[in-house]
Design a protein around this ligand. Sequence first.
Ligand code: LLP
Length: 419
Amino acid sequence: MNHFDYRGGVLHAEDVAIPEIAAALGTPFYLYSTATLLRHFRVFRDALPAGSLVAYAVKANNNLAVIETLAREGAGADVVSEGELRRALAGGVPPERIVFSGVGKTERELAFALDTGIFQINVESEPELEALSALAASKGVTADIAIRVNPDVDARTHAKISTGKGENKFGVPIDRMPDLATRCARLPGIRLNGIAVHIGSQITELGPMEAAYLKVIEMTDALRAAGHTITRADFGGGLGVPYVMNEAPPPSPAEYGAMVSRISAGKNLKLAFEPGRLIVANAGILVTRVVYVKHGASRDFLILDAGMNDLIRPAMYDAHHDLIPVVASDRAERAYDIVGPVCETGDTFARGRTVPAFEAGELAAILTAGAYGAAQASEYNARPLVAEAMVNGSDWAIVRPRPSYEEMLGRDRLPDWLG
Ligand code: LLP
């Protein structure tokens, strides 16, 4: 469900015609819909047990306008670096709604989190626990933590975004938890509040999540029986979204929420969730222009002005993104390899994809691109970082301008010996 629809044959974002934005801003650009963002956040929050913390995973889209929109609705933030923590704070997320995850938090990052006084640091290893304890003790504060466990559950998603198998770098093996809880009780500066888990992203079935959550609940019972005060559980993010039109969608937030409610009922736990993709993926599109239609030896190429530097998901995760014309018309369909201008064969959005026949100069929209799109964009091939815009009803605004070539070049410095 989103707010990108054709009206009179022209694709609109809420009440704004997309060609109008393209004319003002130039292509390519990401375009986010406020109404869609809010809808997804509310649907997810309302499906969960009352009092749950929905900590939006900032990594999915770190634009301040996105964060601010969600923060005003009551969202917290899941962050994985000092930069994301600073973005969450700048976007108006109160510290008491912020969770800090990640396997490689540096001493500087941990210190910043302690100084900020966030809700929870999700500790992912024993060395991190020792470092955090020493740091908190030296500051005379107590760190509120959860231990992120690795439940050794296969999320059955793309290997590059699977995080809950024993072989993955994330979390501590769950059977280490009783010893670690005892260790926490003895360490200065540490308050262990609960267990965190996150087994992967774009998960399209509830079974693996339920298996992982049940392990967390069982371990919570065991820790409590051993005398530890466990008050929280963090169930991570990972619920998938539909990327392919007319394909069976992944489980809905309502189904997910029902599963969570069933297994956590009566456990007296404050639950936290870290959804990223589910909130923003469908709330964003990438608007691009066809530069050329090229007839190759064995196939036709649709060459776009957006490339893998703007949206790396197809190249990196073999991801599927639908592509539609911005101005609809009655036309035949054709099969193309849909590619960008970057000088790598990997710069391919789709192979042999059947879409309406396009002409050079036409606008196209790459759908479901709000998550891990702009956030993973780069300036590879010295292409200025992709612009971002947002609509809200009949208003629209640039929320991250495309840097000028002067700004892009101006960041570099010549060393003295070349000056
Ligand atoms: N919490 C933790 C600890 C995470 O590592 C992640 C995502 C999330 C929450 C949010 O997961 P989500 O609800 O968005 O699935 N770039 C990849 C996805 C990487 C996910 C990394 N971790 C992609 O474009 O598919």
